[in-house]
Design a protein around this ligand. Sequence first.
Ligand code: ADP
Ligand code: MG
Length: 702
Amino acid sequence: MNKPVEPVTDVFGSNVFNDTVMRERLPKDVYRSLKRTIEGNEPLDHATADVIANAMKDWAVEKGAAHFCHWFQPMTGSTAEKHDSFISPTAQGGTIMEFSGKELCQGEPDASSFPSGGLRATFEARGYTAWDCTSPVFVKEDGDNITLYIPSAFCSYIGHALDKKTPLLRSMDALNKQAMRVLRALGNTTSNRVTATLGPEQEYFLIDRSFYEKRLDLILTGRTLFGAPSPRGQEMDDHYFGSLHERVASFMHALNVELWRLGVSAKTQHNEVSPAQYELAPVFATVNVATDHNQLTMETMRKIAARHGFVCLLHEKPFAGVNGSGKHNNWSMVTDDGINLLEPGQTPHEDMVFLVMLCAVVKAVDKYAKLLRASVANSGNEHRLGANEAPPAIVSVFLGDQLSDIFGQLAAGGAKSSKKGGELKLGVSTLAPLPKDCTDRNRTSPFAFTGNRFEFRMVGSTQSTAGPMFVLNTIVADVLNDIADELEKAPNVKTAAQKVLKQIATEHRKIIFNGDNYTEDWVDEAKRRGLPNIQSTVCSLETIMDKENVAAFKKHGVLTEAELRARTEILLEAYGMSINIEAMTMLNMAKRQILPACIEYSSVLGSAVGAVSSAGVEAGPQRELLEDVCGLLATMKKDISQLEKAAAEAKKLTDTTKRAGLYRDKVIPAMQALRATADELETMVDADLWPIPTYAEMLFMK
Ligand code: ADP
Ligand code: MG
């Protein structure tokens, strides 16, 4: 294929009302005023909003848009949008295209059908969306429909946050406030704002659409509920970073172009560990914009996959027995004058700001380990955390050699030196020596320092990054707040800071672990250290309402107790509902597809036994196989009844927590039993009769 290629620099951001477009299209004073609003310094007045709205509309209409929408992120974890056209009929029977400042700044969708976790009754329908001017407006093309998208927050009539963006923005403010206090106390006079940054690496699977269409489990739940292992899995380690299959490469190209148009800086792409698994990582952005972009990325992956005859599976565990998918959240803090607060530099032991920020994160992760764990708890991630492929459910921090050494020095009273990286000689005269980092990487750690940022690896591939990130921002803000209190009142800041660092390095040493997180030894060791290991989603979600969490969210204005309770309720409910959908789907497939196929096979075998015997030949093997199949059929029949019973029992319970508990304790084991029987049957039944595509087909055929 020789297609004309548009320069990427022209494509990038071409559908975004970005700073360049704003400069071009807005009067100077309006542009300046909007910039002040974006920087958090000034609310927007009506007249200015009108001018901005009009400019946005003209720009969007030139791109073919006839509609606009407030694009928000309800607590379902996905996005929502309601489109309105710009048309405004004239008295003469024609129409003009209009868009007011009020329409830009505020929307009023009916909120009654979004989860509120009891924050409002269904009849209290009014909800508001509010333009988030810190995330750029863009135009999105879906088929022939072109719409102006306005990233927005979503709240109830009385102002409760009903979405994922509002607490994220609030947490960014909290972090800014506390980090600035610490910076000022440590003598920084140049920075005016601290922003959390995020670069989320997104893992996903691609399978051929024809297989997907034959699997109700994939269609309804996003993962396979049945399926014997493929004779070949990922044991050869030959997929990771392997050369790209041409069809996949074309998909990636189209995906990149579409994302670049939307201003999403898709940067890295490669094959992942499991067959049919891939990854995309963008260049990091502010945590708010990166979260919006990650939503767009997931949506665009699905859209482009469909165009290429693929289906993109974002589930945390689409296939048993091979790796699942995560979303590594690379996170740091940067000042408005460009200082990455987690950049160690050449001599980190001398950099007080770096040391304080680093220790604050370590303390926050230790103090709020359970909350951080809960921020990634969902039914899909339950298959990942603790299975030997993803970080365990135990939260720990990897610092690496250099920083662990400094951490040790801090505990002993003060850091005097930093280990150096050096050079790596490869023993080949034509290969130049490589500069060697002072610290190795650790792929098994749930929360790893990776050079100039932390990488939170427990996040699930389907999850909005907003949840884990507003938790991280809040807990770090909380620790920075305590540190700022100490530093601000101290007569000698340096001595006070040393004391704080010593205290953290002593009291929170237990959260540091540089070894292999996948081993049983670590599970035992973590237990000895008193670190929580909460494997179950339900148990993890139950810790959210612990009083220190409620207090921290309240203190920093991120979530009220009522808002936090509502979220917990929604997550518990979602857990039960997801498992219920999986159970119902399994029953449907087992009863209407697998059982009939096995019955047919048994009748084929029965006829064979009859035919062979009546020909006067001993039908031993046929009979044996028939007995095995019939034995498993009987087991499967029982498994089905068990699962039906368990699911009915769970569904009856009205208490959300108890119901979620029953799904975990009774329904999931019944699902596992049914799957085990069906998977065994799959290995015996005639391939031509087996009604659903196999693992081998789905994972290896492109
Ligand atoms: P890895 O080698 O860990 O797989 P990738 O290159 O796939 O790394 O992804 C690393 C991610 O970390 C990218 O999204 C990158 O932009 C992001 N990143 C780099 N620096 C920062 C930072 N200061 N803050 C947040 N994210 C960052
Ligand atoms: Mg990567």
